[in-house]
Design a binder for this molecule. Structure first.
Ligand SMILES: Nc1ncnc2c1ncn2[C@@H]1O[C@H](COP(=O)(O)OP(=O)(O)OP(=O)(O)O)[C@@H](O)[C@H]1O
Length: 468
């Protein structure tokens, strides 16, 4: 007798490429009905509702009038009329796009069901992670799911490549919600908004062509991976940027600076150790720019702290705790490009004096309408002490050489959680992990303003201040 394994007849390929859904008991008629009819009908419920809606609406008058069977023509007429009404309503753009979004969410849920089953993301009770929320943007969808008992975020992460194959997308990325293990987020990324077919793109800054801006409205500084603008509410919050040389820090500061320049109710000042980064902005920097001079930098910080104390006195007299738009006070914006020159200055006495003033300004200035935007190309603890870093609500780690450097900007532990700016490709200038207060770091690419655009913004900013 041959030792060859028993050959089994090859079955005809299935008409549909369907995942196998195992059952705990042999199929009965009821389980077959549930599996083959009820489950697919539930997944197609939105489309079924769209088709059935004219039938139900058209049948209402027929039923109300006692439904004489001979009057079927009237039923047909009612359905046709309801269908026509639906057709006319679909000409209303907002209605049409609303229904379109609703149907495309249904499509996503069906694909997600299929993807989970093909990826064996199901419990013994055949439950899969259920979609609870979706947020769609140009380059993908953020999906929040509820995990059934028996599955964890790690199972989702392990299956992410398989999910991407069935969903037919560029990538799926799973994020654990630090507050709730049961509700992880899955980024379903269709395409890379930071690249086109020729490589990395330069994103036009939405601020560049604005006639004026208000910092109180927030500043769209860059695009996230889903292709959505990340808006920073800078009044009341400080921004810290770090990354290796040429990572794109000065460019990333540019959009925030442009918004401040176009806000006549903002007073700008700067500390520029590299002498070239803020030079273009100098005409609009009413509070002055200090180049690599630590004594002048200490004086400038001292002046801002005196202003901060004066504002706190006024706030106390008014009986309020922090500035608001209605007070009409100027927002003071201090930009520091290359923190290292000042915070790690070789003269220990001056360095200590500078650091103490900076900590005081960053800690207390926010509520008084004084904000600091700081950048460093050496994200290490001697340049950005933890006590200073923790006072920055917005932290943006552009490409870093090490995980530790990334953590120096974002905060300890993020690299271990899988968020390290060390993984960013060297060609992706301007891409970094942006962490907003209390949130999760998001890959974000900064908008780009070239020198001509900066000059135009500065000219408009100077003009706006002349008329105020
Ligand atoms: N957001 C961006 N989009 C496209 N290109 C960018 C972006 N950011 C930076 N670049 C490219 O990278 C170059 C360096 O950027 P930038 O001067 O901002 O880096 P940096 O981190 O400030 O460098 P350094 O620390 O050496 O001063 C820019 O001249 C530009 O060509």
């Amino acid at each position: 007798m041959s030792n060859e394994p028993e050959r089994r007849p090859v079955a005809f390929p299935s008409l549909f490429d369907e995942p196998e859904v195992p059952t705990r008991v042999p199929h009965t008629a009821a389980s077959w009905l549930g599996h083959r009819v009820v489950r697919p009908a539930w997944l197609w419920r939105r489309e079924i509702a769209v088709v059935l809606a004219p039938v139900v609406v058209g049948a209402i008058p027929w039923v109300v009038r006692g439904a004489p069977l001979a009057d079927l023509a009237r039923l047909g007429g009612g359905i046709a009329l309801a269908g026509l009404l639906g057709g006319v309503l679909s000409l209303v753009p907002r209605l049409r796009s609303g229904v379109g979004r609703w149907l495309s969410e249904g499509r996503l849920r069906r694909k997600w069901d299929m993807a989970c089953r093909f990826s064996r993301l199901q419990t013994d009770a055949l439950r899969i992670p259920r979609i609870t929320e979706t947020e769609h943007a140009g380059a993908g969808t953020r999906v929040t799911v509820r995990l059934p008992k028996g599955l964890s975020t790690d199972d989702l992460t392990a299956a992410s490549e398989k999910l991407a194959v069935v969903l037919d997308v560029r990538e799926t990325r799973v994020k654990r919600d630090p507050a709730r293990a049961k509700y992880p987020t899955v980024l379903v990324l269709d395409h890379n908004p930071f690249h086109d077919e020729r490589g990395p793109v330069r994103l036009a800054s939405p601020v560049a062509d604005a006639a004026r801006w208000s910092l109180w409205d927030g500043v769209p500084v860059g695009l996230d991976e889903l292709g959505k603008w990340s808006t920073l509410r800078l009044v009341g919050r400080n921004l810290l940027l770090g990354g290796e040389p040429e990572a794109g820090k000065s460019v990333a500061l540019g959009t925030a600076l442009a918004a401040a320049a176009l806000d006549p109710m903002a007073r700008l000042s700067g500390l520029d150790a590299k002498q070239v980064e803020l030079a273009l902005w100098e005409p609009v920097m009413g509070g002055g720019v200090v180049y690599n001079d630590i004594d002048a930098a200490i004086d400038l910080l001292g002046g801002l702290i005196a202003e901060m104390d004066r504002r706190y006195d006024q706030l106390a007299q008014l009986g309020i705790r922090s500035v608001s738009r209605s007070l009409g006070w100027l927002v003071e914006v201090l930009t520091i490009d290359e923190l290292r020159f000042f915070t790690a200055h070789p003269d220990k006495q001056k360095r200590t004096a500078f650091n103490l003033l900076l900590i005081d300004l960053v800690a207390r200035g926010r509520a008084a309408g004084i904000i600091v935007l700081a950048a460093t190309q050496k994200p290490s603890s001697d340049v950005v002490p933890t006590s200073v870093r923790d006072l920055f609500a917005y932290r943006w780690a552009l490409r870093c050489t090490t995980r530790d450097a990334s953590d120096t900007i974002l905060g300890a532990g993020w690299a271990t959680e899988g968020y390290s700016a060390g993984v960013i490709d060297a060609i992706d200038r301007g891409v970094g992990l942006l962490l907003a207060e209390g949130g999760m770091p998001e890959f974000t690419k900064a908008a780009y303003l070239d020198d001509d655009a900066i000059r135009r913004v500065v000219t408009r900013g100077v003009g706006l201040r002349e008329v105020v």
